[in-house]
Design a protein. Structure first.
Length: 349
């Protein structure tokens, strides 16, 4: 039943939106509107439901607030106008995330008539423009939010994504770093799968890799400045993901990408010819098993390094046994039997 719950909620939200649409004249207020004195109460109820992500109930409450405040628009005092602005923005946001884009735009414009320079007006308009492919216009809207609030984590993150998509990596990295700085407490964000501070770390690591990848395909010798710029970039990409996973071990996307990068790093070290490279490679595989003890390949590589290169059959046997417990395999079993026999012979001597 749990897997069907999101679909059920989505259907209920659509039905409620349809009911509101049928019972409310767009741009007008019907005779059944609640009195203006109840508007603030409806906004408070909407905020409570919105915080719980009960969007269906929140939408109804915000709609009732709009009806209440607009019942006598000419006499609406300043506090109520701000509450009306907030209600329109929330309705627009709910419509936006439900893919009712025309309705989202309609309420956004009604909010903009109240306060055209409100940061949330620019933020939501930027999101709508972005989804319509108007990337430059979206950037301009997001930059207006930054002008009003230089510590707005979400808008820095959104700018980072847009700049990254345009291969303007320096700007992307700058905004991701600001998003991380602006979300030190990793605050839960509505409609987001993870806090902005964590998502920004993930995207910053990806940007490092994209930058490295692009430079590797340049058909010329890199300048000293470029080499200095790229030095340590791969390690920084790993470090920022390690930081994300340390802050939230359940941030699985970051953990999976980190494990992939560590495998690549260990493989590169393993191609070295000196013993120290195998030691370093072993350390990386150990990191992988700490992140995910079920990584069979990491245990197998650890067994091979201990046995073949570091001449440590006991450690090799331990690693192979852990791999075999996770994934029984005849080849692994043969390694285990061989090592057990060797250790027995050493004991007999």
């Amino acid at each position: 039943m749990r897997k069907w719950l999101p679909y059920f909620e989505a259907v209920m939200l659509v039905l409620l939106i349809a009911l509101i649409f049928l019972n409310t004249k767009r741009g007008n207020v019907e005779a059944t509107s609640p009195p203006p004195s109840q508007g603030q109460t409806f906004v408070a109820q909407g905020d409570e439901d919105f915080a719980k992500q009960d969007l269906a109930k929140a939408l109804i409450a915000y709609w009732r607030a709009v009806q209440a405040f607009e019942a006598d628009a000419a006499a609406t005092p300043a506090p109520n106008r701000q509450a009306l602005l907030h209600a329109h923005l929330r309705v627009s946001e709910i419509y936006f995330h439900s893919n009712w884009l025309q309705d989202a735009k309609a309420h956004l414009e009604r909010a903009a008539k109240i306060d055209p320079d409100h940061p949330d007006v620019h933020l939501l308009r930027g999101k709508l423009l972005r989804d319509e492919g108007e990337q430059v216009a979206a950037v301009n809207e997001f930059l207006k939010v930054v002008e009003a609030d230089a510590t707005h984590a979400e808008v820095h993150y959104l700018l980072g994504v847009l700049y990254q998509g345009a291969k303007q990596y320096e700007q992307a990295m700058t905004h991701y770093e600001k998003a991380i700085e602006s979300d030190p407490d990793l605050t839960a964000a509505p409609f987001e799968s993870a806090p902005i501070g964590l998502q920004a770390r993930l995207q910053l690591s990806r940007t490092y890799r994209r930058l490295l990848q692009d430079y590797r395909f340049i058909d010329r010798e890199l300048t000293d400045e470029e080499q200095a710029r790229l030095a340590g970039l791969e390690d920084k990409g790993i470090a920022i993901l390690e930081e994300a996973v340390e802050k939230d071990p359940n941030f699985l996307v970051a953990k999976e990408e980190l494990i992939g990068l560590l495998y690549a790093q260990a493989g590169a070290l393993g191609r070295g010819r000196e013993e120290r490279f195998y030691d370093e490679s072993l350390t990386v595989y150990e990191k992988i098993t700490q992140l995910d003890p079920t990584e069979v390949d990491a245990w197998m590589w650890m067994g091979q390094i201990h046995n073949t290169y570091l001449q440590d059959p006991e450690a090799a046997l331990d690693a192979y046994k852990k791999a075999y417990a996770l994934e029984p395999d005849l080849g692994t079993l043969a390694e285990i039997k061989s090592l057990e026999e060797s250790l027995q012979q050493m004991t007999n001597y």
